[in-house]
Ligand binder design. Structure first.
Ligand code: C2O
Ligand code: CU
Ligand code: CU
Length: 457
């Protein structure tokens, strides 16, 4: 299923006001008031959710839902989003995986001033790459993403692909207790280890949903890990599924295989051959069921595997003339000072001996590396710790070349899951000028030191 921009807008206009909270109308869907100035109006606001039956979770949502409203645009087109902040805290929106100008990147004090309560900010950029992306704040991230400010951004291919059906599945494990109340988003002891995990796993905000899919058809499943901490070990026993894209970038289709580890921030686009009517498959995280995929009768003729998706226009790094830079990701909790901890400044992680201080607005003034615009670079990423880190770079897409721990078929991505004690090599052309965040996407690793700025001038 694919929409034209006009259909997207028409669909939104039809939806109108979405819900009522205790204090009257509390949130609205993304109907733009004036389509001459923006395509979407995206309101961040408090949102009462029922994640645990009979209990209210005081979440925060975009466009009246959490995970947020699915935004869509077509490759090569502009996307204009008016972000309206109806929270009582400041916020921004970062467009994860989108190659855009720095002013649109949503990083406070680097790209823009934070958007204050009651204010708005117009994001406006061209989507050069087709694929599955997502959006989230870059302010007080553990709490803001934790409360539900995460949403899918789907950039459709210029030309129709062979997929006639698709579903977006946003994976999130909520930090809530049995009564639906939020628990701590960042527990220091856990931030110094694998990160603070939530308790209730959901897909599109529903624990263990059953998804009805047209039997015999090939459906594109866009799985997006919008969670703060969890790496989902995806498997689909007995299912016929092929990988078509990783992290928004097409790959030569190949079988899903036994298991795919989807770290925080990462995406996988699968083609699934839906089983016969009434038959069920279970989409799992390791041994645990995430969702039931159920075939329902369809009158369409059976679908076949679509051709590979067209490549995105990402510059190919020239390894022969690339400069190599090394980045060590280190565990530094042993160095953490009690005075810092008492003041809420946790420094458990560092990159090349430097810990990012999430409360220091000037950190980005001291980039960890300065790259020449249009230079070619190889980064050697070395994980010195027993915990894995999904390493993410803003502003540019990189190619994963190889690893000392696993066989890599080189591919383009914005987030690489660096395993325990693994060393991996990535490469890219520094074609986007700016100051770009380079960080672990386990949010409490990022907030306790594992972030740096890479400057391209
Ligand atoms: Cu989703 Cu700074 O990233
Ligand atoms: Cu990002
Ligand atoms: Cu990490």
């Amino acid at each position: 299923m694919s929409f034209t921009r006009r259909q997207v807008l028409a669909g939104l206009v039809g939806l109108g006001v979405a819900g009522l909270g205790a204090g009257g109308v509390r949130y609205w869907l993304g109907r733009p008031e004036n389509i001459a100035t923006h395509d979407y109006e995206l309101i961040a606001a408090p949102l009462d959710l029922q994640l645990v039956p009979g209990h209210v979770t005081p979440a925060w949502g975009y466009g009246g839902q959490a995970p947020g409203l699915e935004l869509r645009c077509r490759q090569g087109e502009r996307l204009r989003v008016r972000f309206i902040n109806k929270l009582d805290v400041q916020s921004t929106i970062h467009w994860h995986g989108i190659r855009l100008p720095l002013e649109m990147d949503g990083v406070p004090y680097v790209s823009q001033a934070p958007v204050l309560p009651g204010e708005y900010f117009d994001y406006d950029f061209i989507c050069h790459d087709a694929g599955s992306f997502w959006y989230h704040p870059h302010t007080a991230s553990a709490e803001q993403l934790g409360r539900g400010l995460v949403g899918p951004l789907i950039v459709e291919e210029r030309e129709p692909t062979g997929f006639r059906h698709e579903r977006t599945l946003s994976l999130k494990t909520w930090h809530i207790d049995e009564q639906g109340a939020f628990s701590e988003f960042l527990v220091p002891r856990q931030a110094a280890r694998e990160g603070t995990r939530g308790r209730l796993t959901t897909i599109n905000g529903q624990p263990n949903p059953t998804l009805e899919l047209p039997a015999g058809q090939v459906v594109r499943l866009r799985l997006i890990n919008v969670d703060n901490t969890v790496t989902y070990r995806l498997n689909l026993p007995g299912g016929e599924a092929r990988i078509y894209a990783l992290d928004g970038n097409p790959v030569q289709p190949r079988p899903l295989g036994k298991e795919y580890w989807l770290g925080p921030g990462m995406r996988i686009d699968l083609a699934l051959k839906v089983p016969s009517p009434g038959e069920e498959l279970s989409l799992r995280n390791g041994p645990l069921r995430l969702a039931t995929l159920k075939g329902v009768a369809s009158s369409e003729v059976a679908g076949d595997w679509p051709p590979p998706l067209p490549a995105n226009p990402v510059a190919e790094p020239d390894l022969a003339r690339a400069e190599t830079l090394r980045f060590n990701f280190e565990w530094a909790a042993a160095l953490a000072s009690p005075a810092d901890e008492a003041a809420g400044r946790y420094k458990y992680w560092q990159i090349n001996g430097q810990a990012w201080d999430i409360n220091d607005k000037t950190c980005a003034d001291r980039p960890i590396a300065t790259l020449k615009k249009d230079g070619h670079y190889i980064f050697v990423l070395r994980n010195m710790a027993q915990y894995q880190h999904p390493i993410h770079l803003h502003g540019m897409t990189f190619k994963v070349l190889g690893s000392d721990r696993r066989k890599i078929i080189p591919y383009f991505t914005d987030t690489y899951l660096l395993g325990k004690n693994e060393t991996a090599r990535i490469a890219f052309v520094a074609d986007n000028p700016g100051v770009w965040m380079f960080h672990c996407h386990v949010i409490d690793h990022m907030e306790t030191g594992l972030m740096a700025a890479i400057e391209v001038v």
